[in-house]
Unconditional design. Structure first.
Length: 249
């Protein structure tokens, strides 16, 4: 298993490469940044005017700009990312869009650079799975939320388990991509327990879309995809995008 430092550098390098190869402007004065997520956190966020929002792993700023419009000028949205190239793209996208109620921060979701009790809603789109220490990430999310604050994230989960296969769970995860948010996916039970340990209440985990064999193959190493077809088929449907919600009581 790779070390936390190695995983973070792998993720940083992967997404820096993506944004460097992406064209933003397409001849328009207003940027339309891409989202690299796996779902729609806004389906659970229910943002209101004047709220303060934090996007964990904000990337090129797509979800930050959507949230900024939802909370209006009296609200504020922070975008947190650890990749300089993504932050530069996000700041440029905000400038081109003419949106001023946003602040982009460089940092790690396991150590959020914001005061305790300063945020109304935390959103995230397929980023928490990139964190080696999800317990620390959720504890930090709980810390910066105000009492009654809401967590609304989209991410990949293992719905069930990875038992009953020729490889151990450790071997399977070693062959999956951390950067694709799959190798670090928690089971639904692990996720619920981690959120509970961080202090969250009213935890909801809703399965949205199960990963097909073809989608999984795009996140696997050659070692995994060289397995007999029926084995890879048996992984199909065990990984799924989900909508996760919780409240700080």
């Amino acid at each position: 298993m790779d070390s936390p430092t190695t995983i973070k550098e792998l993720v940083r390098t992967h997404y820096a490469g993506i944004i460097r190869s992406t064209s933003i402007c397409c001849g328009s004065d207003e940027a339309v940044p891409s989202s690299y997520g796996c779902g729609n956190p806004f389906a659970a966020a229910a943002l209101k005017r004047g709220e303060y929002v934090l996007d964990l792993g904000s990337g090129a700023g797509a979800d930050v700009l959507i949230a900024a419009r939802a909370v209006g000028e009296e609200g504020r949205v922070y975008g947190l990312d650890m990749t300089d190239d993504m932050l530069e793209a996000a700041q440029e996208n905000a400038r081109r869009s003419g949106i001023r109620n946003v602040v982009f921060l460089r940092g790690d979701i396991e150590a959020i650079p914001l005061p305790s009790g300063s945020i109304d809603v935390i959103i995230s789109n397929c980023v928490v799975n990139l964190a080696p220490d999800k317990g620390a990430a959720f504890a930090e999310a709980h810390r910066v939320l105000r009492t009654g604050g809401r967590l609304a994230i989209a991410d990949i989960v293992v719905d069930g388990n990875l038992n009953g296969l020729p490889l151990t769970e450790r071997q399977i995860r070693a062959g999956l991509s951390w950067a694709a948010c799959v190798a670090g996916a928690l089971t639904t039970e692990e996720l619920r327990a981690t959120l509970d340990a961080a202090g969250f209440d009213n935890i909801g985990i809703s399965i949205q879309d199960r990963y097909s064999r073809q989608r999984l193959e795009r996140t696997m190493s050659p070692e995994i995809t060289s397995l007999p077809g029926p084995v890879v088929d048996d992984l199909s449907g065990r990984f799924a995008s989900s909508l996760i919600s919780a409240v700080k009581a």
